[in-house]
Design a protein around this ligand. Structure first.
Ligand code: IMP
Length: 205
């Protein structure tokens, strides 16, 4: 059984303002105040684990130790079946130092072609999000969410970020890039992971 989150404040162990804002909104209805790692001047640990959950735990542990309060961290990315799960934990790195996701999406498409996997049957992919909670006593809980779909080419739509314009979730004709952001947030990998965290650690509080 997961440990319940009874604290009223936690640190979001991320230096990404978008993520901090999203998590703040998700926890506000539970009366939980969120502080950001940047506001507390916490260092960013290197993401040296080889799984999403491993990296989320690493960031949550660093946050809990640095702030001496409960820390919540996330890690996410795109896994392409025909590429053996790449770019996976390297999803941000494929966009290069300028975080150019047109470049990253073009690389995915190029590698699919080189593998002879650019045809409709080989274009399965999923987005994965891992969330990790760490308490100051070192106890951790982690949750993973996935959303499955297919990659399209060329990319479509101006909403979202990262690989959204080339990802069409199963059951939809449109990509995440074309989808209303509220709808994406309802069905996304992060929503699934959050749902698990809320029901394990918060619901009924
Ligand atoms: P990190 O979780 O900050 O390490 O970054 C993960 C990377 O995965 C992001 O920079 C995006 O490229 C990609 N990614 C994660 N979630 C999404 C999503 O919902 N849409 C598009 N790309 C995503």
């Amino acid at each position: 059984m997961a440990r319940r989150l009874r604290e009223r404040r936690l640190v979001v162990a991320s230096h990404n303002p978008g993520k901090v804002a999203e998590i703040k909104d998700l926890l506000a209805p539970y009366g939980i105040e969120t502080l950001s790692a940047a506001a507390l001047d916490l260092p960013e640990p290197e993401e040296t684990a080889d799984t999403f959950t491993g990296n989320a735990l690493l960031k949550a542990r660093a946050g809990a130790t640095g702030a001496d309060m409960v820390a919540l961290a996330d890690d996410s990315g795109l896994q392409v079946s025909a590429l053996g799960g790449e770019p996976g934990i390297r999803s941000a790195r494929w966009a290069g130092p300028d975080r150019d996701f047109d470049l990253a999406m073009a690389r995915v498409e190029k590698e699919l072609s080189e593998k002879g996997a650019a045809g409709a049957k080989s274009r399965a992919a999923c987005f994965v999000a891992a969330l990790a909670l760490c308490w100051p006593d070192g106890h951790t809980e982690s949750f993973e969410g996935r959303v499955y779909g297919r990659l399209v080419w060329p990319p479509r739509g101006g909403h979202g970020f990262g690989y959204d314009p080339m990802f069409r979730p199963d059951g939809y004709d449109i990509t995440f890039g074309e989808m209303d952001p509220a709808e994406k947030h309802r069905i996304s990998h992060r929503a699934v992971a959050f749902g698990k965290l809320l029901s394990a650690c918060l619901d009924g509080k």
